[in-house]
Every structure is written in C-alpha cells, then in structure tokens.
Write a protein that binds this ligand. Structure first.
Ligand SMILES: C[S@@+](CC[C@H](N)C(=O)[O-])C[C@H]1O[C@@H](n2cnc3c(N)ncnc32)[C@H](O)[C@@H]1O
Length: 231
C-alpha cells in the first residue's frame, strides 16, 4: 500500500541520474577515480560471500560493483531508481557475458522483486539521497531482507562527529578532492555538502543499531565511511 506522505525516492539530488548523458559522464568519472576490483575484493570479504550467496545491491548505478562481484556468488539483484543507469548497466552485462546479475528498478524503500531474503546487501554512495527519517526506514527494509547472520556493507559520505571546526574540515576535503580529481569534482563535493543528505555518524549508527544491524566494522577516510553490519 502507498500513502500520500511516502517519500518519493525516484527524485535524485544535484546530478540528474535519469539523464543518459549524465550517466555516461558518471561512469567515465568513476572509471578514472576508482579501483573497482579492489572494492569488490573488500566487499566480498566483508560480506563473507560464498558461491552459494545471494546479494542485493542498492543504488547500483552503472553496475560495476555487481558485475565485479558476480563470479563470487550465486545471484545478485542489482537495483536502482534510475532506468537510465540500469540500461547502461545492462549493456555492460551483455558485453561481459555475465548471467547471474539481475538489473531491475528498485530502491532503499521499494526493495526488489522477487520477495526473498538475501545473504548480503551492499550499497555505495547512494544512501545520502534520503533524508534522515527515510534512512531509518531504509535500514528497516535492509534488516528485513537480510537472512539470519546476513551482512550489510555500506559506503557513503558520512560526517564525523568529533570535529571542532567543520569549515576547515570541509575546506580540506574539497581541496583534497581538487588535488586528486580536478575542479569539477571539487565543485561537486561543495554541492554535496550544501545540498545532499549526508548524516553525522552517531545518528546513522543509532539508526542502524535500532533496526537490528550490529556494526562489526567501521573505517573512515575523510568523510567517506565504510560500515559493515551483521543482522
Ligand atoms: C552516486 S551514484 C552511486 C552509484 C554506484 N553505487 C557507485 O558506487 O558508483 C548514486 C546512485 O544511487 C541511485 N539512487 C538514488 N536514490 C536511490 C534510492 N532511494 N534507492 C536506490 N538507488 C538510489 C541513483 O540513481 C544513482 O544511480
């Protein structure tokens, strides 16, 4: 059942992920900035994946993470609220001849079909699209979808709470991004801080714990943080 107050999770912030041109540019930018193979290695280990495991990826974007994890598990349900992102991801899947990843529309709040539990859930750089109350609702969905002892890997921009001066902290983060990835990424980092829904760590941790997700690992680099939780 839907309610009139339900959050519309198909609205994206700052970047229009429904625009195929933005999708292509996003994929190019990430291809230069990230080491997907190393990310997948860490995620597979943190989720304790085996050839029998089933995984849900939330906010898969152009699908790189799911495609890199495909050989390490039985099936991956990779969802996103953007049909343009999913179309791009499906093309890669065809090119790479991967057959155990299903790219479908779905999100933190809407979940995925079929209605089944999974051993692992992974989400990178997507949760900050939801305001706080709806993040808590998303954790409820995550907790419900995980089978007993299932694991949740979350990587996102999360603000640390032990900072005295946030202006100098953010300035350092922006300049760090400029040095690493250029002016455009520095501009996007500023837009992120101004307009997107990144949360203070203690608030996020409280929401996870209250929804039955026990934090077993936390690693931060600047304001990028990885959490691994166990149900
Ligand atoms: C910054 S991209 C990250 C994509 C990919 N996870 C990565 O690491 O490159 C954010 C993605 O989250 C998706 N997204 C935004 N809100 C979402 C929601 N409520 N549920 C699922 N995906 C969402 C966007 O469409 C976009 O593809």
């Amino acid at each position: 059942m839907t309610y009139p107050w339900y959050y519309n999770e198909t609205v994206t912030l700052n970047v229009d992920f429904h625009d195929p041109k933005e999708v292509e540019e996003y994929d190019e930018r990430m291809g230069k900035l990230r080491n997907v193979a190393a990310e997948a290695e860490e995620i597979a280990e943190d989720l304790a994946l085996s050839p029998d495991s089933t995984v849900w990826e939330i906010g898969t974007g152009t699908g790189e993470c799911s495609l890199a994890l495909a050989s390490r598990c039985r099936r991956i349900y990779a969802t996103d609220i953007s049909r343009a992102m999913l179309a791009y991801a499906r093309r890669k899947k065809e090119e790479r001849r991967v057959n155990n990843v299903v790219f479908e529309v779905g999100g933190f709040l809407s979940g995925f079909q079929p209605e089944c539990g999974v051993n692992g859930i992974v989400s990178q750089l997507a949760l900050h699209h939801l305001p706080d109350f709806w993040k808590s609702m998303a954790f409820k969905v995550v907790s419900k979808k995980l089978l007993p002892n299932g694991r949740f890997y979350l990587r996102d921009v999360i603000f640390p709470s032990d900072i005295d001066n946030y202006d100098s902290f953010f300035a350092q983060a922006v300049e760090g991004m400029r040095a690493r990835a250029g002016d455009e990424m520095a501009r996007r980092t500023i837009q992120h801080i101004r307009k997107e829904y990144s949360t203070l760590d203690w608030i996020l941790e409280g929401m996870m714990e209250r929804n039955g997700l026990k934090i077993v690992k936390k690693e931060s680099e600047g304001f990028l943080t990885v959490y691994v939780c166990e149900k």
